[in-house]
Design a binder for this molecule. Structure first.
Ligand SMILES: Cc1ncc(COP(=O)(O)O)c(C=O)c1O
Length: 371
């Protein structure tokens, strides 16, 4: 270990330590827009013309910038490459055919990013600068927001350590970026999931509730094994007993059993999903009983055996609502009811789309319209 190792996290800034945040905007001189085939977008592979960049150096955030999307150079010794100090968010901008566009509950992503930052010993991003960055960038590239029913502009804020230093310590400098990627539907058909009882995504005291890169890296191998067996996603169980359902890949999980919406309660091991929160609120608004509590695999097996499991779906920004077609547990594979018969998840999916396209009332003020 290095002699001058420091485990101190970067301090959270007092407002007076934050530089003025007029964003320096350098526009592209050659938009890629005319080359894009919006009907055939591969998820996460096409990027809009501009990106946002702001570094944290010498204990303060530096000038915020919007610039043409481009490659960047980094030291091979950058801390993020070696020790994984990296957090990110996933959110979306939506546009309707009248040209109105906006963000869905960006405040929750901003807060969650800063919660992840604290856990990963990184500086928090001032909420007002974060929000300004989102609205300036999305407004500048608004022509990149697709208008198709299931299409949107995926927004990827990411914060990572850029000290060039080999030794386990919290970096003193960081880069915060926001990338934009126009996308179509994430899943084109219902998904098949496998209950994971061997590998673990997150344990008590770990980083499960933070959206940090390592959580996803660690999930790739078990997900690949499940994929090889014909499953799209895993249903993670708790690390201690592998007896309770937690969440699924990049989605929270929900079940409808005898008319009630049941979802695992949050804790240190589950990501506090924006879609999950919104789905719970919608269900309550519609007078449906909602239970946030531990959900055991045994309870799920019983519901599948007794045909009382009416619906199962994942919810997350990328997919919104992903119907689950089949659940595998060891050698048993349970086939779930027809997707067309699933009242709640279909109603929710439709409502989310209508809301994001400004077609229905928004009593909770979830959409932040931009211009
Ligand atoms: C592990 C995990 N769980 C759940 C979710 C769903 O969260 P959200 O609805 O905020 O996208 C995500 C996606 O961000 C995720 O990565």
């Amino acid at each position: 270990m290095h002699a001058d190792n420091s485990y101190f996290c970067t301090p959270n800034l007092e407002p007076e330590m934050i530089e003025t945040h007029n964003i320096n905007i350098q526009k592209t001189t050659s938009s890629k827009l005319p080359e894009i085939d919006f009907a055939n977008l591969a998820f996460g592979k096409t990027f809009a013309d501009h990106m946002f960049v702001m570094d944290f150096v010498d204990g303060r955030w530096q000038e915020p910038m919007i610039m043409p999307f481009q490659d960047m150079t980094m030291s091979p010794a950058s801390l993020v490459i070696h020790y994984g100090q990296s957090i990110f968010e996933g959110m979306k901008a939506f546009k309707n055919t009248d040209g109105r566009f906006g963000l869905f509950r960006p405040d929750l992503n901003i807060k969650r990013m800063n919660k992840s930052a604290v856990r990963m010993c990184m500086p928090e991003i001032p909420e007002d600068i974060f929000m300004d960055a989102l609205s300036e960038l999305v407004s500048l590239d608004h022509q990149w927001i697709p208008t198709g029913e299931l299409a949107s502009l995926y927004i990827r804020p990411v914060l990572f350590a850029i000290d060039d230093y080999i030794g386990v310590k919290a970096s003193q400098s960081y880069r915060f970026m926001i990338l934009l990627a126009p996308v179509n539907a994430y899943y084109t058909k219902p998904v098949r999931v496998k209950i994971e009882r061997e590998f673990t995504r997150a344990a008590q005291g770990g980083t499960g509730y933070a959206k940090t890169a390592g959580n996803y890296a660690g999930s790739l191998y078990p997900a690949k094994l499940a994929n090889d067996q014909g499953y799209d996603q895993l249903l993670w169980t708790d690390a201690k007993e592998h007896a309770y359902i937690e969440e699924s890949g990049t989605m929270n999980i929900m079940f409808v059993i005898e008319g009630k919406l049941i979802t695992p309660s949050l804790g240190e091991t589950i990501l506090d999903g924006v879609t999950r929160r919104s789905a719970i609120q919608l269900a309550k608004d519609w007078g449906i009983d909602v239970e946030e509590r531990r959900v055991s695999v045994i309870e799920l097996q019983e519901a599948m055996n007794n045909d009382t499991l009416e619906e199962a779906f994942g919810c997350g920004t990328a997919a919104t609502i992903a119907h689950i077609e089949a659940i595998a547990d060891g050698e048993s594979v349970y086939q779930l009811p027809n997707v067309e018969d699933r009242k709640l998840s279909n109603k929710m999916m439709k409502h989310f789309i209508d809301l994001k396209k400004f077609r229905v009332n928004d009593p909770h003020g979830w959409m932040v319209e931009l211009s």
